[in-house]
Design a protein around this ligand. Structure first.
Ligand code: ADP
Length: 228
């Protein structure tokens, strides 16, 4: 692998047993993302998008193959090391924001940074900067319930990028939003990912939004295939 790669999946296999039958979800999948590169993952339900994202995010282990995050190879790592690497190098955005309801927008972005070892002051400065960038400066003290769906998702994006990860993984990040809001949130995600040189892999059903990313891939017979 080149040192310059942010994320690389190599020969990744994943199968699930179900009674007598086995479902081969990933069957030697290969995928490389460079720093700052954005890739849309477009495939029908059940094709294995979530499985791929979980494996790329070190949440799930492949049955075979290797996941490189930056210069690190992860197959031989124990769970503790994988968790430590995930915390530093990978940010997640889901379809639903999963913000902590009792904390403000700012605090939701501060917490992961304090867990990573930053002081409250440093973390708050970075959180405010991210909120400003996302046009949410005036919402810093609001709790998630006081924010619109689009604002909640932008805070979730800021939280995912708070620790300046190498890789951003998003599973239908705008799937729960109306089209116009989805448009804004998706642009915010793409711009912030570019600005921070994070490699972004985004599962989406929205072809218009996917068209704005650097590359589009799909899953076919357990392999990652470029879409042209
Ligand atoms: P997608 O995100 O594209 O909808 P998934 O990655 O969730 O697809 O699932 C791919 C396939 O693997 C589906 O057929 C699903 O039913 C199956 N699958 C996913 N997770 C499990 C599991 N924990 N146990 C058994 N089968 C699973």
């Amino acid at each position: 692998m080149s040192e310059a790669d942010a994320l690389r999946l190599e020969g990744v296999e994943r199968r699930y047993g179900r009674g007598e039958t086995t479902i081969e979800v990933l069957n030697g999948a290969e995928l490389t993302l460079k720093p700052g590169e954005s890739v849309a993952l477009i495939a029908p339900s059940g094709a294995g998008k979530s499985t791929l994202l979980h494996i790329a995010g070190l949440l799930e282990r492949p049955d075979a193959g290797e996941v490189h995050v930056g210069g690190a190879t992860t197959a031989a790592m124990n769970d503790e090391k994988r968790t430590a690497l995930r915390r530093v190098e990978i940010g997640f955005v889901y379809q639903f924001h999963h913000l902590l309801p009792e904390f403000s927008a700012l605090e939701n972005i501060v917490l992961p940074q304090m867990i990573a070892g930053l002081s409250r002051a440093e973390a708050a400065a970075r959180a405010q900067e991210l909120l400003n960038y996302l046009g949410l400066a005036a919402r810093a003290d609001h709790r998630p319930a006081e924010l619109s769906g689009g604002e909640q998702q932008r805070v979730a994006i800021a939280r995912a990028l708070a620790n300046a990860p190498r890789v951003l993984l998003a599973d239908e990040p705008t799937g729960n939003l109306d089209p116009k809001t989805a448009d804004h949130v998706f642009d915010a995600l793409a711009e912030l990912a570019k600005a921070s040189r994070v490699a972004a892999l985004v599962a989406t059903h929205n072809l218009d939004l996917a068209a704005r990313m650097d590359r589009r891939v799909t899953l076919r017979d357990g392999l990652v295939v470029e879409m042209v």
